[in-house]
Structure formats: structure tokens, C-alpha cells
Design a protein around this ligand. Sequence first.
Ligand SMILES: [Zn+2]
Length: 211
Amino acid sequence: MPRLKKISATRRQTACMATLCVVGLSAALMLVQFSEGDEKQPVQSDKQSDADTDATENSSEEEVLKPVVKLDREWRKQLSRQQFYVTRQGGTERARTGEFWNHKTDGIYRCVCCELPLFDAKSKYKSGTGWPSFWEPINEKYVSQHEDRSFFSIRTEVRCKRCAAHLGHVFDDGPEPSGLRYCMNSAALSFQRREKSTQRREKSTKNPVSQ
Ligand SMILES: [Zn+2]
């Protein structure tokens, strides 16, 4: 009899565990469905084109800055290890190792996570630091600033306003007219070369001093 009791107790335990597994699996499935549903909300595209730039230009600020929120596992899927480390974990690439520190092509630098246009090559300058440096963002409202007290210093961290990606820091030792140095990580940026037609259009409308 004790043996029988033991067996039925073991069966009850097995049944309980099986029920727990089913409940757990159902919860996991619901979570996946929920997060996948969420994925459809953010403004996100893997392709870059002039149309994207125009869409940003023609959309209201509220639409453009509609938050892009993803789970870490989704960012990991989309980004390289270095891009994830810099943008989602607040990392810094080593000086003179990034793709854009010495990049001189004309175009637009976008957030590597959500493609928000952040910096124009026209505001890029040679800072001698080994990181891509700009004296102003395309739109001050497209970036947010946060106090950073890491590494025994007080710095101003810069993040993408739309997806909160860590981009780099801003310092007040930049050139005129802003006097600011947006010291960015290449890994936080993607680059879109400016089309010649766009260049022509800009030349006819922009102040010749800036050319
Ligand atoms: Zn972003």
C-alpha cells in the first residue's frame, strides 16, 4: 500500500507539473502575441530612401516623434552586437574605430535603430577626437539630453528622442555658430547619401555662405 500511495502521489505531482507547464506556455504565447501586436505600432522600416526623408519632412512633429518601443530581444534581432551595445546599453565605441569618424560624404545621418534623421553632413566637422562630431542636430527636438554621472564626471548624454537610443554626448567646446560638439558613436548612426537632385534643390534655396 505505501508503494501505491507513493505512485499516486508521484502521479499527482506529474499532473500538477503538466498543468503548470500548460499555463506557463499559454502565458508565454499570449506575451508573444501581445508583443508582436506592439511591433506593428512603431514607425519602423528597414529601407532607407528619399521617400522616408520626405515623409519625415511632411509629417507633423507629433507623428515623427511617436515613440518606437521594442523589447531587447527585438533590438538584438535588428542590430549588430556593437550597435546594440552602444544604443541600447549606453556603450561607447573606441575612438577611430567607427565607420563615420572620418567620413566626408554629403548626406544625412539617421538613428540606426528607428531611422529618425538626426544630423546633416553639413554640420559635421573635424574635431580630432576620433568620433563623428557635429555642431548641431537636424532638429533639436529630435534628440534628448540627460545628465550622465558615470566615469567620475558629469557629462550630457544625447539620446534619440523617438526610440531613446544612446547616441553619445554633447560638449560645449564645439565651433561657432553653436559652440557645441555633438560627439556621436558611429554605431548609433546609419548614413544616407544625398541625391544630386536634392543637392540642386538645396543649393537654390539655401544661403550661399553655407555651401
Ligand atoms: Zn531612434
